[in-house]
Design a protein around this ligand. Structure first.
Ligand SMILES: O=C(O)C[C@@H](Cc1ccccc1)C(=O)SCC(=O)c1ccccc1
Ligand SMILES: [Zn+2]
Length: 157
C-alpha cells in the first residue's frame, strides 16, 4: 500500500461533507483503507479520515497510542470505521490538546464529549456498536469532524 499526500488546511476537500460508502467490498475501498493506515502510520498520527487524503468518503481510523501529550493513552489496534454514526454522548465534556496532520505545527485545546457511543461498519462489512471514552473518544470526534468538513481549529475557543 501507498503513503498518500495529506491535504493541508486551505484545500477545499477538507471542507466538503464526505459521502457514504455503498460497497465496502469494492477493491478500491479496500485499497483506500490500506493506504489510509499506511499514511497515518508514516505521519505518526493517532487517527486519520479519508478527506485528509483527498477522498471525500465516510471512512475514518482511530489508533490511540501513548505519546508525549497523552503518556497514559491506551495502545490499541487501529479501528477502521466505515459510515460511522454517533449514537449518543455524555453530557460531560473534557478540554484538552489536539493536533491535525492537515495543520502541521499547530496545537489547540478543544472541548469534546467525555464518552460516546458509536455505530459503524467494519472493513469486512459487519456492523459494530461500541462505546469509547477519554482520548479514544476525542480522536473519534476529531476524525468524525473531518467527515463533516470541520477541523479542530473551528472548535478552539
Ligand atoms: O489529523 C488527524 O486527524 C490526526 C490527528 C488525530 C488527533 C490527535 C490528537 C487529538 C485528537 C485527534 C493526529 O494524530 S495529530 C498528530 C499526533 O500524533 C498527536 C497530536 C497531538 C496529541 C497526540 C497526538
Ligand atoms: Zn485532523
Amino acid at each position: 500500500s501507498n503513503v498518500l499526500e495529506i491535504a493541508q488546511l486551505g484545500n477545499p476537500v477538507l471542507r466538503d461533507i464526505a459521502q457514504p460508502i455503498y460497497n465496502v467490498h469494492d477493491p478500491a475501498v479496500q485499497t483506500l483503507i490500506d493506504d489510509l493506515l499506511t499514511t497515518m502510520l508514516e505521519g505518526n498520527g493517532v487517527g486519520i479520515a479519508a478527506p485528509q487524503v483527498g477522498q471525500s468518503r465516510r471512512i475514518l481510523i482511530v489508533a490511540s497510542r501513548p505519546n508525549l501529550r497523552y503518556p497514559n493513552a491506551p495502545t490499541m489496534a487501529p479501528i477502521v470505521m466505515v459510515n460511522p454514526h454517533l449514537l449518543s454522548h455524555s453530557e460531560e465534556t473534557t478540554t484538552d490538546w489536539e493536533g491535525c496532520l492537515s495543520i502541521p505545527g499547530m496545537r489547540g485545546k478543544v472541548k469534546r464529549y467525555r464518552a460516546i457511543e458509536v455505530e459503524y461498519m467494519t472493513r469486512t462489512g459487519e456492523m459494530e456498536r461500541r462505546e469509547f471514552h477519554d482520548f479514544i473518544a476525542r480522536i473519534f470526534q476529531h476524525e468524525f469532524d473531518h467527515l463533516g468538513g470541520k477541523v479542530f481549529l473551528d472548535r478552539v475557543d
